[in-house]
Write a protein that binds this ligand. Structure first.
Ligand SMILES: *Cc1c(COP(=O)(O)O)cnc(C)c1O
Length: 357
């Protein structure tokens, strides 16, 4: 099967080879050294400010989202959540679950956030803003420099879910003044699922240290304490961490995150150009490099997903809820070759010729 979803995605040979071995024992100096390198490489790739730290949680990306809400925020915070789709919705639900004083900025599906939509919240005592830099469900990449200036002007802590944006779109933690940035192993890192990554600038580290402990498994205090010696509090997804190490080293050798981003942008460009003549409308007002969200004009999206899977051995990414029949997505992250892209482009044209698109 060719996989054009947005995670888990396809991995390269080197990463696959690592998964063919048993996980090594991890309470060793060797594993600690590898973890220290993982932390240093992640902080460098994120352009994190001096004094930042990075920890690796054994959880899906949602675990990292929840860790921000539990460990950095507290019940005295006044929180803004940008909700432009299912991942923004998830931040809002996490805030409600953990009883945070939260206001949602709801966006129409596929639309970007504009400065005028933030303006009503200026000078109202907000202390933190949670945003999914790339709302993966609609393919919208938010204007992070604009959001960052608003947060800086207002003295608001900026917490960024970059789970599907890391490596795919430009991300500079220092320039944004982001207090925290999270990502996950199964998106553009392109290794198996199981690890989420939490990078914390000094402003967030202070929060974590000062806040009361409210959980054990997702405690950032515990994760940070253990990471000082290159360890994790509990048994981690060891093999996924080895794969992350191999990928980060490879990206470094190949020219760093900018080169990786160019590669992903090229995959997106090729696909978008290849399907431009088909009755598929890109619904995102400001598309990311990671995903193209498409509205089929003639047939239900669910049917396209099914035919691609059953007749062409290709996974595309369905949308949930109200959008299930209206939108499907094509991912550009992971180990996708030019030939793979062409296979999908040809399949969609074949479907058009058969009257299935
Ligand atoms: C994939 C993703 C997540 C996390 O999803 P999990 O299934 O928990 O790994 C969170 N936010 C965004 C923007 C994502 O793309």
């Amino acid at each position: 099967m060719l996989n054009f979803t947005v995670g888990p995605v396809m991995s390269d040979e080197r990463v696959l080879e690592i998964a063919s071995h048993s996980s090594p024992y991890f309470r060793t100096p060797e594993f600690s050294t590898l973890m220290k390198e993982n932390e240093a490489l992640m902080l460098r790739f994120l352009s994190a400010p001096a004094g930042s730290r990075c920890v690796f949680l054994t959880s899906s990306g949602t675990g990292a989202m929840e860790s921000l809400v539990m460990n950095i925020l507290n019940d005295r915070d006044k929180v803004l959540v940008v909700n432009g789709g299912s991942f923004g919705q998830r931040f809002a639900e996490l805030c409600r679950l953990h009883k945070r004083n939260m206001t949602e900025i709801k966006l129409d599906y596929g639309h970007a956030l504009r400065r005028e939509q933030l303006e009503p919240f200026a000078g109202c005592g907000y202390t933190a803003l949670l945003i999914n830099m790339h709302e993966t469900s609609s393919g919208v990449l938010y204007d992070m420099p604009m959001i960052s200036s608003f947060c800086k002007e207002q003295g608001i802590l900026l917490l960024v879910d970059a789970i599907s944006a890391f490596l795919a779109d430009e991300l500079d933690m220092t320039a944004l003044g982001a207090a925290a940035v999270i990502t996950g192993s199964q998106k553009a890192l392109a290794v198996q699922p199981g690890i989420s990554v939490v990078a914390l600038a000094p402003a967030a580290l202070e929060r974590v240290a000062a806040n009361e402990e409210v959980c054990m498994y997702l405690s950032l205090k515990e994760a940070l304490k253990n990471a000082e010696r290159g360890q994790t509090p509990f048994t981690p997804a060891v093999t996924t961490l080895l794969q992350i190490h191999a990928r980060l080293k490879q990206i470094e050798a190949d020219g760093g995150p900018a080169a990786e981003r160019q590669k992903i942008a090229g995959v997106a460009r090729q696909l978008r150009a290849g399907i431009a003549d088909l009755p598929l409308t890109n619904i995102s007002e400001s598309p990311s490099n990671a995903v193209t969200a498409l509205h089929p004009e003639n047939v239900p999206a669910t049917e396209i997903i099914r035919v691609l899977k059953d007749e062409y051995r290709i996974w595309a990414c369905p949308n949930g809820g109200a959008m299930a029949d209206k939108v499907f997505r094509i991912g550009h992250i992971g180990h996708i070759t030019e030939q793979d892209n062409q296979t999908l482009i040809d399949a969609l044209h074949d479907m058009k010729n058969r009257g299935l698109l």
